[in-house]
Write a protein that binds this ligand. Structure first.
Ligand code: 2AM
Length: 169
């Protein structure tokens, strides 16, 4: 069993913009290491090899349409105690992608959250304060999505990209 999730995986310059912003926050908590920054599209959790093979096959059939996100808000979510970058605007392609992935997971008997999709990049974990600073929005043009494994590494959580689907393939 692997702990899997679908995600948008940012290019280096987006990671850098996010990391610079995190540095300016000067907040309590644990900043997410720049290499780990991402947008979770759908968390699958513990997934069997059969389920992995099926979701991979089905995800390959989804058109990996380009999508643009404008991350222009900082949100503090009290219960998970995280500070996130959230997007006030994102396009239909992303909503459709999320919907397709939910359907694929459900077809494989994978329990997924029914909450509305809120694209976000977690910047700081174990945070306990609201930070209100002005900043330039992070505009992210994404041209694909990934299936990612979450692993416990020697230095904390590591994410390994298992599959990547892009518009340029
Ligand atoms: P996040 O996207 O809100 O930061 C891999 O663990 C990713 O899946 C993390 O980025 C994490 O949160 C999200 N995640 C972890 N556990 C989850 C769960 N039980 N339900 C939904 N998403 C989860």
């Amino acid at each position: 069993m692997k702990r899997l999730f679908f995600a948008l995986w940012p290019e280096l310059h987006i990671r850098q913009q996010c990391a610079t912003l995190t540095g300016k926050l000067n907040s309590s908590g644990k900043p997410v290491t720049p290499a780990n920054l991402h947008v979770t599209l759908l968390f699958l959790g513990r997934t069997s090899p059969e389920q992995q093979a099926a979701v991979t096959r089905e995800a390959s059939q989804i058109p990996a349409s380009p999508t643009t996100l404008k991350f222009d808000h900082l949100s503090f979510w009290k219960k998970p105690a995280v500070l996130c970058l959230t997007a006030s605007q994102f396009d239909q392609n992303l909503s459709k992608l999320h919907e397709n992935l939910v359907n694929i997971a459900k077809q494989q008997g994978i329990a997924v959250e029914d909450r509305p999709f809120t694209p976000h990049v977690t910047l700081v974990k174990k945070a306990y304060s609201v930070i209100d600073i002005g900043f330039s929005p992070v505009i992210w043009h994404s041209d694909g999505f990934c299936l990612v494994e979450s692993c416990a590494g020697a230095n904390g959580i590591e994410y390994r990209i298992i599959e990547r689907w892009t518009t340029t393939l």
